[in-house]
Write a protein that binds this ligand. Sequence first.
Ligand code: SF4
Length: 678
Amino acid sequence: MSYCASRFHTVRRTTREVRVGSVGVGGPQPIRVQSMTTSDTQDVAATVRQSIALAEVGCEIVRITAPNVAAARCLRDIRRDFTAAGFGHIPLVADIHFLPAAAMEAVEHVEKVRINPGNYADKKKFAVREYTDSAYEEELQRLHESFTPLVLRCRELGRALRIGTNHGSLSDRIMNRYGDTPLGMVESALEFLRIAEAHSFRDIILSMKSSNPKVMIQAYRLLVERMAREDMHYPLHLGVTEAGDGEDGRIKSAIGIGSLLLDGLGDTIRVSLTEDSVYEIPVARAIAAKAMSRWRPAAEATAASAADGIDPYQFKRRDSAVVELSAGCRVGGDQPPRVIVRVKSAVALSDAARELASPRLADTPAEGLLIPVTTPGDLAELCATAARTELPAEFLVLEVAPTLTPDLLQPLLALTRGKLVLLRRFAAADAETLAAFAALAARHGHFVACDAEADEIPALAPVIKGPDGARLWFTLGGAAPTGDEAHPTGRYRRLAEALRAAGPKAPIWIRNTAATAAGPGNDFLSRLLEASFLTGGLLCDGVGDLVSVETEPDPVRATRLAYNVLQGAGARISKTEFVACPSCGRTLFDLQTTTQRIRAQTGHLKGVKIAIMGCIVNGPGEMADADFGYVGGAPGKINLYVGRTCVQYNIPQAEADARLIALIREHGRWVDPSPASA
Ligand code: SF4
């Protein structure tokens, strides 16, 4: 059973509609945007102020932490004052961890309660033990007893519930039986869902969050597939936890949330950023608008909805052949995806080369330069520039116009040192031309990037399987064929499937171009989101050997964006990875400035993962697989972790940065920053 109606078109999953106060979630409703306050909940005035600020920028549902019964009691006053300020139509949600008593108090005052199935009835001890079936049953019985009163009260009061699973805080029971896996996350939610259903309570929304977009994507897909088997159709709340801040936080969120929305999953979203929560809303709204602009009626998708060969529940990189471009640059196979940067024209090559040679890009170089070549004059210009310019790239890709025949290209190919790639559109009727290009490339040791739709692959197959077929890469650059409403991700999935069916293991190059972009907006955020949706989503499916963000005109920014998307998808690590919680009423230090300060000192540690978490209540559980953790232990005090083990308690915050760096050194993970990155 599949988790979505189509992997190629965005056909929205049909769900029941859950009313959260006056706001409908799921069913025919638009994707709802939500966020969370970060003030101390017991500071009623501050929490109301933050709720109003969120509502004023378009937040449709506001969540507030209720870390204890006293805070839960304050929700009554917050609800009253928020309503009095004119926001009675915006529902409030209580965020509960650990304390059923706080949930029972909160449900009296707000429209929805979020519980974490990993800790609602369990204390996290990281204990390893074997559960017999009967011991497991006893545990479930205990869950039943803890959770039932809340379910019954929600039913009586007409409240909604979110069963919000987090990858980092699964119960010991689930960890011991299913491990730290998407399946464990799904089972964790289903245990609670079945209890609610046993009481005929169905006003439930589910989430499966993780700081790792791949894990989060797989968990949501698996959840939907499992629910469909049990005839359950609950709406989904999507989010990537601890995504961090700035460009990285936006990219990670957009990869996870965007991939699922493109497959038609998701009814309400939260973009968690380590920034003031009002900054989350424009990002969430832009993501939702892009996804909704792609919604298609189910009937449109059925004709072309054959399955592809990708296992959506288990990450595996697509099997592709390795191509050697230079001693330092190979493409395909287990090589990291390579970055290509577009240069406006042959004339602009010198300037772009100078900018891209910046020491700031020393660790993240543009490996290929893509240059449009339309006329023989462009070719001459390119030859002259290439001869006098030191190119800061391993290879050149020439996007050649159809008027440039192999004969015209011959002189450049013969002259050029290093490898060239000829990029050109090849339709089904162009098999002969493709053969001529492949032969020309082969003669000079170069390559051809074949821009062809999946439907055209069978007609081109004789060349692809022929003697020069190993010189071909595949990509999509142009607009979708008329009448094809598939989204760009779907077109690339089809292309991967067509190549698999035809046999070759040619590398696939994911291009973000104006033609693959869609939906409202063409500012930097919009370009970042598009790149995250398309490139990040495909990389999380295991597809992609080269990437380019051609929608971004500035070559330095385009390079940085491509590397950041690769990092966000976990496909190529070029810097330290930060897992930073978005902060909430429990936070014990200023997360934003602390994150920025720690990043400034440790951001060059390629492959090291550092978690910065605001409290010890949830922080250690949510850090998932971080190598080192910086966690608020008490006001002004920090606890430091190596993996999941706390190794230094209650350090004065003023000393904590230096101690963290010392710890990283002690564990052999420190390197001094290069002069360029310093
Ligand atoms: S880890 Fe951060 S967001 Fe989570 S409860 Fe603690 S302070 Fe709040």
